[in-house]
Design a protein around this ligand. Structure first.
Ligand code: AMP
Length: 465
């Protein structure tokens, strides 16, 4: 039977040295500038060091990565090594970005260990051959997206039979993206005796079911998001007509001299389209979406993180997991699909104790949707208008629902898979590039947001000036 013991977050500041971590790890912690453990770190590190299973509720930004990386490294550095294609610790991550970021964290935390820990990030979207060659040299830790990991297992490039620690990071998102079958298959390939660590921001029924098959008598840690620890993010709602959003964005960037802005739009096409318009206006902007090659995504992110380009137009691919230090502004050019996505998007700013600004563009057709997001988050933001950009479209009551047309909209699962750069589970008419443009070449290209999936089509009219 599935049982867990409830642990608790440790509130009082305690030093990392009290958690039982070795000197080389403490050095790496200091080297990264961490002064004291975050609540999730204080709560789970001792349990992981004792070899226990852990089920932790943890958001990105809580320090969850170091919470599992540090004790796993300590356990690996004191356990006998294995040779060949056997892996000792496996971290499953839902997206390539998170996998790459976690592998970076492992490198940073392991740098002073006397015996080097070989770490590999494995994900799809890039050629499998270099990954197979690299695995030939053996790896202590693999951080992988499930699909590519199974491909490599099928090629006999890696064996999971010696895994002593398994981490499922962002388990809720993994299942949202439709990885349930892959995760289950991976679990069947693991040895019976192993440590299991599950980290998830939310706990839908599917995560409970997964936890039930995976975890043995786990220590469960719930980290409440205390108001005091909530990021300091000023949220604003600016009314603007859809066709004037790019101009308003340009105006705000130039007027406020924002050094770095992450702008969320609904489609891959919109990322390219708006970025191009900004570039034409002299603002250095790039697009980030799932159709870019992995190399291009890495380059774009590196340029954004190093401030080489100040404006990044992104789909929800960038909404979760990305850790961009000093990102003062996030703009929802298109509103997110769900209240949960809203949290993830605006959580890219106001990190590491800094304050942030989240701006939402609200148009006649999206007022109702934004009110729902506000309701979920107990928000009631004043509606602002910027001089020169006052909207002329007004909101009409939404027409009664027709129930929708099956096959016309993308499912939530396919949208999330698309954001992660994965193929849809079912063919979607919206995924073909031709659907993004007018059939008549004389007509203007569809403005980003026009295809925003839930936007009711007949709810706005143009108010006479
Ligand atoms: P994560 O929740 O793992 O995505 O971590 C979010 C950010 O917190 C990353 O930039 C980490 O480098 C940083 N971080 C992790 N642990 C600490 C700590 N104890 N003190 C300060 N920052 C930390």
């Amino acid at each position: 039977m599935f049982q867990y013991r409830r642990g608790h977050a440790i509130d009082s500041p305690m030093p990392f040295s009290a958690l039982g971590l070795s000197e080389p790890l403490l050095r790496a912690i200091a080297d990264q500038g961490y002064n004291e453990p975050t609540p999730v770190q204080a709560a789970v590190i001792p349990a992981i060091l004792r070899g226990e299973d852990v089920w932790a509720s943890a958001q990105t930004g809580s320090g969850k990565t170091a919470a599992f990386v540090l004790p796993i490294l300590q356990r690996l550095s004191t356990a006998p090594r294995v040779r060949g294609r056997f892996v000792r610790a496996l971290v499953l991550a839902p997206t390539r970005e998170l996998a790459a970021q976690t592998a970076d964290s492992i490198l940073a935390c392991s740098r002073f260990l006397p015996v080097p820990i070989r770490t590999m990030a494995i994900f799809g979207g890039v050629s499998i051959n270099p990954q197979m060659m690299d695995l030939g040299g053996g790896a202590d830790v693999i951080v992988a997206t499930p699909g590519r990991l199974l491909d490599l297992i099928d090629h006999n490039a890696v064996s999971l039979s010696a895994v002593s620690s398994l981490v499922l990071d962002e388990a809720d998102r993994m299942l949202d993206l439709g990885f349930s079958d892959e995760v289950n298959r991976v679990i069947t390939l693991l040895p019976a005796r192993r440590q299991n660590l599950l980290f998830s921001a939310t706990f839908p029924a599917a995560v409970h079911r997964l936890a039930a098959v995976l975890l043995h008598h786990p220590l469960r840690i719930d980290i409440p998001v205390e108001p005091a620890t909530k990021p300091d993010i000023l949220q604003r709602a600016i009314e603007v007509d859809p066709l004037r959003r790019t101009q308003l964005l340009r105006h705000l960037i130039q007027e406020n001299q924002w050094p770095r802005v992450l702008v969320f739009v609904a489609t891959k096409y919109a990322t390219e389209h708006v970025a191009e318009k900004l570039r034409k206006a002299g603002i250095n902007a790039l697009a980030l979406h799932g159709e870019l090659s992995q190399g291009a995504r890495t380059r774009v992110l590196a340029d954004f993180k190093s401030s080489k380009i100040p404006v990044l137009l992104a789909t929800d691919l960038a909404a979760r997991g990305l850790d961009i230090v000093e990102l003062p502004v996030v703009v929802n050019f298109d509103l997110p699909r769900s209240a949960a996505d809203y949290t993830h998007r605006i959580g890219r700013t106001g990190r590491a104790g800094q304050s942030g600004l989240a701006i939402n563009f609200i148009s006649a057709g999206t007022h109702a949707h934004f009110r729902l997001i506000e309701k979920r988050h107990h928000l009631d933001l004043p509606r602002e208008q910027i001089s020169g950009f006052e909207p002329v479209e007004i909101e009409l009551p939404a027409p009664p629902s027709t129930g929708g047309i099956k096959g016309k909209r993308k499912s939530k699962k396919d949208k999330l898979r698309e954001a992660a750069g994965l193929p849809p589970t079912t063919p979607s008419p919206l995924s073909t590039p031709s659907s993004r443009r007018s059939a008549n070449p004389a007509e203007p290209i569809v403005e980003p947001g026009e295809l925003f999936p839930w936007r009711p089509s007949q709810t706005s009219v143009r108010r006479p000036r």
